[in-house]
Ligand binder design. Structure first.
Ligand code: ADP
Ligand code: ZN
Ligand code: MG
Length: 483
């Protein structure tokens, strides 16, 4: 369901995602495939498109593409063929892009997304391999544009859905699941800020009940999933207003303006025949043998959806907990390693979802960069269980574990954080708290049991967090009964 659309129309969306593959070298030459290098330092006659040079397909890019194909439940076309897509642009030195036209590497796949009724299948029409273009830099030198060919020839896989998405929310959910799946495959850093993952959105409306597709617009310049969602919402509204006024939708490409939060017409949409596609004569078609495809299939990791189901079943995690844990493979692995040392599943989960993710987010790093061992976390949990640590001190110990990589026991000892549980040490504190809070004591004596919590809090403060709150509670009660 979309927020703005009324009763009359249904929203129809199809997404095209371009993903840069993280191969060591480019797709048709030996240049390094790196982001952020000195402009034009990673080029050669092949990727600059100089006459007389010939492309050679990078096998690693092909294997990554097969990986993506299988993970998206596509059938892999064993016959590999490339085509030239002809157009002129300053960032495209050859005057054509090597892509795949009528025989993409992958077809007929699907991705399952969550919907209020359960899950929904979003069909993947095709995924094909192609080369990226260079990059124009417009605002560095006044009145001119500069071109950087480092990106030229970066391997891309383009993943195209059928027009199966019915709302901006579904589009957003699809993108998140797709990205997570691609991250699991480790074929790309999937970083939208670097342009490693880019999305174009196609959208049309049609009258409810109609099975024909309406005229679509294609939205570009979408720099985040949030922008995809916002631009689709804007476009639903715009198209709806036009159709209600009896006007036609113009088939065109529109650019999202993030500042103005609106789409603006860029150009009329080009058709496939405008590109004069023809088979790439410099790359002879060849066949991938089935054994290669099977080998790639065996190398696939457990994918997010499967991990989600397994974690829920194996550890009785809630959908919420499992959903967060699977957002990062290293976190999921860490969680499972912890469970080998401790049966306190829910506590492990809470520590990971709470303090651990907070540390990771605030440090803007990954779990791998923190020197935290699964067994140290489970020991920490155990020390709280044993009453050695208060919850408060445990948080402090945890922060130090992350900071220093020391074991919890070493930190507890170093910092003298062990909870004081023996009665004599706590008695003195209880006595002074009672002395200082006579009015509260009166209330308790008159039956207001909840006020005991206040005294426990005061005692904890006095002990600088080292007292055992349960013990304090007992001692306070005993003393009030006696006195
Ligand atoms: P084009 O030839 O214009 O590039 P494609 O058939 O290749 O169109 O589709 C591009 C994307 O647009 C796909 O994701 C497809 O699902 C989606 N799409 C196609 N037609 C429509 C439509 N009428 N409304 C919404 N999305 C559409
Ligand atoms: Zn090169
Ligand atoms: Mg297309």
């Amino acid at each position: 369901m979309t927020s703005s659309i009324g009763q009359k129309f249904e929203t129809v969306i199809g997404l095209e995602v371009h993903l840069q593959l993280n191969t060591k070298t480019k797709i048709f030459c030996g240049c390094a495939n790196l982001f952020g290098a000195e402009p034009n330092s990673l080029t050669c006659p092949v990727c600059l498109g100089l006459p007389g040079t010939l492309p050679v397909l990078n096998k690693a890019a092909l294997l990554s593409a097969i990986k993506v194909a299988l993970a998206l439940n596509c059938s892999v076309n064993p016959r590999v063929k490339f085509d030239r897509k002809n157009y002129y642009y300053p960032d495209l030195p050859k005057g054509y892009q090597i892509s795949q036209y009528d025989l993409p590497i992958a077809e007929h796949g699907f991705v399952m997304i969550p919907v209020p009724e359960g899950t929904k299948k979003i069909n993947v029409k095709r995924a094909h391999l192609e080369e990226d273009a260079g990059k124009l830099v417009h605002d560095m030198v006044a009145h001119s544009s500069l071109v950087d060919y480092n990106r030229t020839g970066t391997p891309l896989i383009e993943i195209v859905t059928e027009p199966d998405l019915r709302s901006s929310q579904e589009a957003y959910d699809y993108l998140n699941i797709l990205k997570l799946t691609l991250q699991y495959l480790n074929v790309s850093d999937c970083d939208m800020e670097k342009g490693s993952l880019r999305c174009d959105a196609n959208i049309s409306l049609r009258e409810k009940g109609s099975t024909q597709l309406g005229t679509k617009t294609e939205l570009k310049n979408l720099n985040s999933f949030r922008a995809v969602k916002a631009s689709l919402e804007f476009e639903v509204h715009r198209q709806e207003q036009l159709l209600l006024a009896g006007e036609r939708i113009v088939q065109e490409t529109r650019l999202w303006n993030d500042e103005k939060q609106m789409t603006l017409s860029m150009r009329s949409k080009e058709e496939a025949h405008d590109y004069r596609y023809f088979p790439e004569p410099d790359l002879v078609p060849f066949t991938i043998d089935q054994a290669t495809i099977e080998k790639v299939r065996e190398s696939l990791p457990e994918l997010p959806a499967a991990k989600f189901d397994r974690l829920r079943k194996q550890y009785q995690l809630s959908d919420y907990d499992a959903g967060i844990i699977i957002q990062d493979q290293t976190i999921a692995d860490f969680f499972e390693k912890c469970t080998q040392h401790s049966q306190e599943i829910k506590k492990i989960c809470n520590w990971i979802i709470g303090p651990l993710l907070q540390e990771i987010n605030s440090r803007k790093t990954g779990l791998a960069e923190l020197s935290l061992k699964p067994q140290d976390l489970t020991t920490l949990i155990q020390r709280v269980e044993e009453g050695v640590l208060s919850n408060l001190s445990a948080k402090e110990v945890f922060a130090l574990m992350v900071e220093t990589g020391q074991t919890p026991d070493a930190i507890i000892k170093d910092k003298g954080l062990a909870q004081v549980s023996d009665d004599s040490a706590l008695e003195g504190i209880v006595q002074s708290v009672i002395g200082e809070n006579q009015s509260v004591v009166e209330q308790i004596k008159q039956g207001k049991d909840s006020a005991i919590g206040f005294l426990v809090g005061q005692a904890m403060k006095k002990s600088q967090g080292k007292g055992n709150p349960k013990k304090f509670g007992e001692l306070i009660k005993r003393r009030l009964q006696d006195g």
